[in-house]
Write a protein that binds this ligand. Structure first.
Ligand code: NAD
Length: 448
């Protein structure tokens, strides 16, 4: 690990990554690599998580392709030093912001979208001119292996390297003199990463998780709300960082909403989702046991079946839950949707605001005044009005959390900016000199 980091740092210092042409070529190379390895990636995702070809392509591959195209389209403009204005005191000077890479960055990825979440930050990092070490999740070993093979085939380890392994490996990497760490994962591990980074004052981006609410008000388009919530919640069997974790519904529309959600669960996954060959499994036994245990409280109104051998949990709606139940205390990260009813929007605002700031929030309702009230009175990472997950697919929207759900953002220009230091330069004129700043200047004394 020490050797990899040292070699990357040396290679970076030699200036290979500085030019526009180099960075452009590497993004194109990345695109070619993904295209060439599309089949093994899809097979690995099937093997590790039972993802269908459709889901694997849409949620792991297509997003990367569109990010690459967006980066290629705007890279020149993002890289260009930016001229800025200056006050009168700076007369005669030019003032510029240079966009400088940090150097060698470490990208630590989780298992839930193991391909996309390992590679998407790499695009921003290399567009900004960094060298990269990728640490994929050990819980999806086949995908991790494919990532290693493809990167080794397409890139020199001096530029992009893959280091496989679990927490010991990550901890050892964090001992190295890295220039930036981009971490995607859970809140407790995010804390450890930040603590470790603080020892060397390494800047970090933390893309974390938490409990993201979906709120359905009485004026919502109920059938569409049900369809979009079912899609957002049960895609990847609920193992999505921005999935609606729980549902807050106005009590007047609770019954029709549940009825419509049941209809869409059956439409999307069949009458027996556990027999659907494309339904995603829970990543391992430990997570299967944790998620299954949430069924001990509340009343199952849809689903509830388990297949322990295949680590599968049916899309499940849980009614009659309390804020104190375990399912409402931790991030669920599985296909269980607990429901709580409300009478007034003010209750929703105070309940959500009394908990850690969510990564996402979804509001369903037609009143623009109430939409605005929710958007402006609850802090959260990002989200949608009358939809779920869709904000993540727009490269013009920075993606990230706030408070316990994370710090920093990426996607589109935000990715480039995340991996870029803004180096501010005043280029002074030598044609004349203004006296006021020097000792003895009466003007200088006046401004002081
Ligand atoms: P995790 O925190 O357990 O692991 C993430 C990475 O950290 C893995 O590569 C793992 O090897 C490493 N790791 C684990 N323990 C470590 C330790 N003690 N020291 C150093 N490194 C360690 O997360 P996970 O289970 O892989 O992913 C699920 C979590 O990630 C959920 O909380 C989810 O909300 C969150 N997530 C967030 C986003 C986002 O974009 N904000 C995206 C996906 C997942």
């Amino acid at each position: 690990m020490q050797t990899v980091v040292q070699q990357q740092k040396r290679w970076y210092e030699e200036g290979h990554t500085r030019s526009y042409q180099f960075r452009r070529d590497q993004l194109l190379r990345m695109k070619k690599m993904i295209r060439t390895f599309e089949k093994p990636i899809i097979e690995a995702l099937k093997f590790d998580l039972n993802k269908s070809e459709f889901e694997a392509y849409v949620s792991e591959i297509a997003l990367l392709k569109s990010e690459i195209d967006h980066h290629l389209k705007h890279l020149k403009q993002w890289m260009a030093p930016q001229k800025v204005k200056a006050p009168l005191t700076h007369k005669g000077s030019k003032n510029l912001i240079y966009k400088e890479a940090y150097g060698t960055v470490l990208i630590i990825a989780p298992w839930n979208y193991p391909f996309q979440l390992a590679l998407a930050p790499v695009l921003g990092a290399i567009a900004a001119g960094n060298t990269v070490i990728i640490k994929p999740s050990e819980l999806t070993p086949t995908v991790s292996w494919v990532i290693k093979k493809m990167v080794e085939q397409y890139f020199s380890p001096n530029y992009i390297a893959v280091v496989e392994g679990g927490k010991e490996v990550t901890q050892e990497l964090m001992e190295q003199p890295l220039d930036y760490v981009f971490f995607t994962g859970s809140v407790p591990v995010g804390r450890k990463i930040m603590e470790k980074a603080s020892k060397q004052l390494i800047p970090v981006t933390l893309e974390l998780g938490g409990k993201s609410p979906a709120i359905v008000n009485k004026d919502a388009a109920i059938d569409l709300a049900a369809k979009r919530i079912v899609w957002g919640k049960f895609t990847n069997a609920g193992q999505t960082c921005i999935a609606p974790d729980y549902l807050l519904v106005h009590h007047e529309v609770k019954a029709p909403l549940i009825k419509a959600m049941k209809k869409y669960i059956h439409e999307f996954y069949g009458e027996r989702p556990l027999e659907n060959p494309d339904y995603v499994k829970i990543v391992n036994d430990q997570h299967f046991d944790r998620i299954s245990s949430y069924l001990d409280a509340g009343t199952v109104v849809s689903g509830g079946s388990l297949d322990e051998k295949r680590q599968m949990i049916e899309p499940t709606i849980l009614d009659q839950v309390n804020w104190s139940d375990p399912v409402m205390q931790e991030e669920i990260f599985g296909p269980i949707l607990p429901i709580l009813a409300f009478d007034h929007l003010s209750e929703v605002i105070s309940q959500v605001n009394s908990r850690p700031k969510p990564l996402a929030l979804y509001y369903f309702g037609e009143s623009e005044a109430e939409q605005e009230e929710i958007m402006t009175s609850i802090p959260f990472g990002g989200g949608c009005i009358n939809d779920t997950l869709y904000h993540i697919l727009n490269p013009h929207l920075p993606f990230g959390g706030v408070g316990e759900s994370g710090m920093g953002s990426y996607h589109g220009q935000a990715s480039f900016d995340t991996f870029t230091h803004l180096k501010s330069i005043t280029k002074q004129t030598t044609k004349f000199d203004q006296k006021f700043r020097y000792p003895g200047s009466s003007f200088g004394l006046t401004i002081i």
